[in-house]
Design a protein around this ligand. Sequence first.
Ligand SMILES: [Cu+2]
Length: 257
Amino acid sequence: MSEIALAPPLESPPQPERSPVRSILLIWAVMTVALEAFALFVPVHLMGAPASKLMVNIENSVTVFSVAAAPVMALVWSIALYSVLRWRHRGGGPPAQDGPPLRINTAVTVTWVVVSSVLCLFLFIWGAVELQSGSAAAAAPNGLVVDVTGQQWLWTFSYPGAHGYTSNELYLPVNRPVTFDVTSEDVVHSFWIVEMGAKIDANPGQITTVSVTPDKLGTFTVRCAELCGIYHSYMDARVNVVSDADFQSWLSAHSGR
Ligand SMILES: [Cu+2]
């Protein structure tokens, strides 16, 4: 009787670890789509309806910067997420040995440096152009000047063109450039017209300047944007943007001229 030699049971060959690159790229692509959708709609929505061209430009810049940053953020997050899910140490106590060392990958290094440089250059040029257009608008000849004084915890507005009439509520004519000369009586505050995007520090003993052209009728908010003491969060004021005729009659009614 012939004997049938039984083959030894086959051991399954060791599976090579799947390359993490494809998984990370997949997570990166999904995260990028989600973050781009967020960048396009959420920040601008949170900032509200703009009441000046300056605020429109600021909202556009925030959107553009967020869109540019989203893939970078997604890449960092996808590598972090993959590492936590796949490579974390399981079991009690510290791991017996360190992970495998990273090795230089020239293609990755070159890509990273080139992409980072292009992004930084883009942000620099965009920022420089926006700053330039902002200071050109500030030099308008028919501008109104308002002196702004911050103190704990109150804003005071004074109109040098109307015999220094002083008010705790701000009135502005629509579509006319206005320059604010800002200072403080005590500590550092920050003068911020929220819906118009105009913001500058109010420093004691110094005058800082910010300009904006309100282009929407309505009531808006001045808020102190620098922590200045226990009632800082109550340090706000109203801004009424009215027609030029209404502004003139408000001014003459109050300045008595
Ligand atoms: Cu304050």
